[in-house]
Design a binder for this molecule. Structure first.
Ligand SMILES: [Zn+2]
Length: 327
């Protein structure tokens, strides 16, 4: 089995990793940078497994003792580091990394440290890590996974080989989701919301939270015209109470109005994100004029901006619902 096969549309990255192995030109530190769900962990793990594979090919054999222990998460020479409560502190570098760096691998060729969310190392941790990174023994390889490599010290960055993960085209994610049992319409929607991140798409298809948010947003669009003032205030509080889900609710609301506008203007479902809910889309189009849909799109965008600026949520929600309902 080739572990690189699961990484879609990052051919240059995979080619570079294979070439490095083939010519035995390895760096002692790599950064895999990209949004959540873009395959950083998958790429780093496939690379790490290959490096310690006893057969020494361009890809891991999947059968040797090293590969099998890797798959079982008990390869003695692979170390996983991750933030605790949102931060990687200096103690982690001192206690979990530095002592291991000083001793040779237990069983295989390299000791490999895979550090998730490496940008969460605080400054003390980064400085301690930098000392290790300056002169690591030849058997040590670090793989830093980052969503924002700029949070790392330039002196760390300059000692690492950087790989940027690229967003996967929507069509490829859609095909993958259809292979996983989604209908064409569902695959359209999930692949759109995934924004190029395969991992996010796979998360979304089984996310109860996302299903709940989508149902909530459709309910607003379908029924808001019938709300009286009392109901409008009740629903305003309900939205306000969703707290950390509000950005996602606004995003879905924005896309529903965008879809409805396109459907109203073109009569075609071809460009819709939510084509799997065509009858709801038709109902929404019957309740709103094109001009109202445009204004609703603007109102959602305005609410998102106010939310990002941390302005009063109650007032923001009222303004949003009033604009969608009345105009
Ligand atoms: Zn192997």
């Amino acid at each position: 089995m080739n572990d690189y096969n699961g990484i879609l549309d990052n051919d240059i990255l995979i080619k570079s990793l294979k070439t490095a192995v083939r010519h035995d030109r390895l760096s002692h530190a790599y950064i895999f940078d990209g949004e959540r769900g873009m395959g950083k962990t998958m790429a780093a793990k496939a690379f790490a497994k290959t490096l310690n594979c006893e057969r020494g090919g361009e890809t891991a054999c999947g059968e040797c003792l090293s590969c099998r222990s890797f798959d079982g998460n008990n390869n003695p020479d692979i170390f996983y580091i991750a933030p605790e409560k949102g931060v990687i502190k200096v103690d982690v570098i001192r206690d979990s990394i530095n002592p291991q760096v000083l001793t040779r691998p237990y069983s295989y060729k390299y000791k490999i440290f895979i550090i998730s969310q490496a940008e969460k190392m605080n400054i003390a941790a980064q400085n301690a890590f930098l000392k290790t990174l300056e002169e690591p023994p030849g058997y040590v390889i670090f793989m830093l996974l980052t969503q924002n490599f700029n949070a790392l010290l330039p002196t760390i960055l300059s000692r690492c080989v950087m790989f940027k993960m690229h967003p996967v085209p929507q069509g490829q994610i859609k095909s993958l989701l259809i292979d996983r049992g989604c209908t064409e319409g569902e695959a359209d929607m999930f692949s759109h919301y995934a924004c190029g991140a395969v991992g996010r798409a796979l998360e979304l298809i089984s996310s109860e939270k996302f299903a709940e948010i989508t149902a909530f947003a459709f309910d607003v669009c379908l029924n808001i015209k019938n709300w009286d003032v009392v109901e409008l205030y009740r629903r305003t509080s309900e939205l306000k109470d969703k707290k950390e889900d509000v950005p996602a609710v606004l995003r879905v609301l924005g896309y529903i109005f965008r879809d409805a506008l396109i459907y109203k203007l073109t009569g075609s479902e071809r460009y819709l994100i939510h084509s799997y809910r065509l009858s709801d889309m038709q109902s929404i189009c019957e309740k709103f004029t094109a001009r109202q849909l445009m204004r609703s799109c603007d109102a959602v965008e305005h609410a998102s901006e106010r939310l990002a600026a941390k302005m009063d949520m109650q007032y923001t929600a009222e303004q949003l619902y009033y604009t969608i309902k009345e105009r």
